[in-house]
Design a protein around this ligand. Structure first.
Ligand code: GTP
Ligand code: MG
Length: 198
């Protein structure tokens, strides 16, 4: 697949407003500020495709990008941003849950976690839910450029171990990633191809 040919398709505030549920889709999920929008931009070589921000909670809609008529990437609103009003948080989680539970064309989830704070409570909820739903998950430990190779790999091993211990390693894969250094893009592409081409 040519990730450089990706185009913004539409933004949906609710499941009902999403594009037709057909073809294949991969969604990018993770805490606010984890680097979801940046990762999509790095993958596609277009720094202006998905809006990124230093302010967590920037992406509040479900954003769809099309690779072809029948293949899409989805930038999900981040979760766990404390400063957002409680009611709004509930709203997001409702829409997020509806999307994850009901979207038939969803082939896999890319779960992004800042390498400096992996496996937070909501990440574990997400992983547990996906594993139980039989949805494969590929984890990106993002902003790996913030650490040296040794410490970054140690965190990767620790996260792998924690996933094994909690029985969450089935259908879950993990890699280091940096949008700023553009590292890990090949591995991510391979995983997306595996899910989107079938
Ligand atoms: P929400 O839309 O709020 O859920 O956030 P997001 O997950 O889309 O995060 P976004 O891509 O907007 O990035 C958040 C901040 O982290 C921005 O200031 C980015 O520049 C920074 N950032 C993202 N990826 C990287 C990375 O690989 N390395 C470094 N050093 N900073 C990054
Ligand atoms: Mg975003």
């Amino acid at each position: 697949l040519n990730y450089r040919a990706i185009r913004f398709l539409t933004s949906a505030p609710t499941l009902a407003e999403c594009p037709e549920d057909s073809g294949a889709e991969v969604a990018f999920a993770g805490r606010s500020n984890a680097g979801k929008s940046s990762a999509i931009n790095a993958l596609t070589g277009n720094s202006k495709l998905a809006r990124t921000s230093k302010t967590p909670g920037r992406t509040q809609l479900i954003n769809f990008f099309s690779l072809s008529e029948q293949q899409r990437l989805v930038d999900l609103p981040g979760y766990g941003y404390a400063k957002v009003a409680r009611v709004m948080k509930d709203e997001w989680q409702r829409h997020l849950a509806a999307y994850l539970e009901q979207r038939q064309c969803l082939r896999g989830l890319v779960l992004l976690m800042d390498i400096r704070q992996p496996l937070k409570e909501f990440d574990l909820h997400m992983l547990t839910w996906a594993v139980e739903a039989g949805l494969p998950v590929h984890c990106l430990l993002t902003k790996a450029d913030k650490l040296k190779h040794g410490p970054a790999n140690n965190i990767r091993f620790a996260v792998e171990k924690a996933l094994r211990e909690q029985g969450l390693d089935r259908e879950v894969t993990l890699q280091l990633f940096s949008s700023t250094r553009k590292t890990g893009i090949d591995t991510l592409e391979r995983k997306l191809n595996e899910w989107l081409i079938s």
